[in-house]
Ligand binder design. Structure first.
Ligand SMILES: [Zn+2]
Ligand SMILES: [Zn+2]
Length: 273
């Protein structure tokens, strides 16, 4: 877009696009990297580990910082290296051996070039929220099924319940089938809605953050469930309860499906800070 003057930009772009145009122009200078077959896997691993790392550091510091423990859902629990390393190892192994070949197939079917223009800001926000709601619904159905059918639970979902007190790096400690199911929902939703590549990127970042926060074991004043009003969002407190009680809070993020099906259990109120 650098060849346009400002009046031409007004004609070509709507105000919502103008806001995102500089960001999109900057990202497009990395088009070769973004369009590389390696990008989805490297992006996914780095974003995930990057979001987990601060919680790993907090868990390490917790025994020496009593003030930090008041934000922990299980104040006396900190994962040991023997718990952390297999989780990290499994994430790296599954991404390299299983996710990479699948993302290669997806890459081969993707358009050769990124679009010139960014999405509308409102459209981007609408699509990210819709993708989250759809993902929440699909994972809720998958999750209930994999708890209600004993064979499905034992074969595919039990491994994710290895940790009754979750921690950040346990987020992706799951069977290959579960990982592929989540990945499939992810890709199906953005394809179904015809999301712009920038929207897809932002949705993935948000989705990875929310899933890590769900398992972090920390209930901060700024945790997502404290920012979304009317108890619409369950988040870390709810998902932690699912890991310890198994038969409640099947939706990963929002509370409406558990409310409708009577599987919502509220976490005990925590002290004020
Ligand atoms: Zn979980
Ligand atoms: Zn479960």
């Amino acid at each position: 877009m650098s060849g346009y003057n400002s009046s031409e930009l007004q004609v070509v772009c709507s105000p919502g696009q103008l806001f995102l145009q500089p960001l999109w122009d900057r990202l497009k200078t990395w088009e070769a990297v973004l369009q590389s077959p390696f990008f989805p896997v490297i992006f996914s691993i780095f974003t995930y580990v990057g979001f987990c790392l601060p919680f790993v550091v907090l868990d390490f510091l917790c025994p020496w910082l009593p003030a930090l423990r008041r934000y922990k859902i299980h104040p006396d629990f900190s994962p040991s290296p023997r718990q952390l390393l297999p989780c990290l190892g499994q994430t790296l192994y599954q991404h390299l051996v299983f996710v990479f070949p699948v993302s290669l197939l997806h890459w081969a079917r993707s358009p050769a070039h990124l679009p010139l223009e960014p999405p509308e800001l409102l459209q981007l926000v609408r699509h990210v929220v819709l993708c989250l709601l759809l993902f929440d619904t699909e994972f809720f159905a998958w999750h209930v099924l994999h708890h209600k059918v004993p064979w499905l639970y034992r074969t595919f979902h039990k491994v994710h319940h290895s940790n009754s007190s979750p921690f950040a790096l346990a987020t992706q400690y799951m069977s290959v089938w579960e990982l592929f199911s989540l990945g499939f929902f992810d890709i199906a939703n953005v394809t179904l809605l015809g999301c712009h590549p920038l929207t897809v990127l932002i949705f993935h970042v948000v989705n990875i953050w929310l899933s890590v926060e769900d398992h972090s074991g920390y209930d901060f004043p700024w945790s997502t469930h404290r920012l979304v009003p009317f108890g619409w969002y369950g988040g870390v407190a709810h998902h932690d309860l699912h890991h310890s009680q198994f038969n409640c809070n099947f939706a990963p993020y929002f509370t409406h499906w558990d409310k409708i099906l009577g599987t919502l259990r509220l976490a005990a109120p925590r002290g004020q800070w």
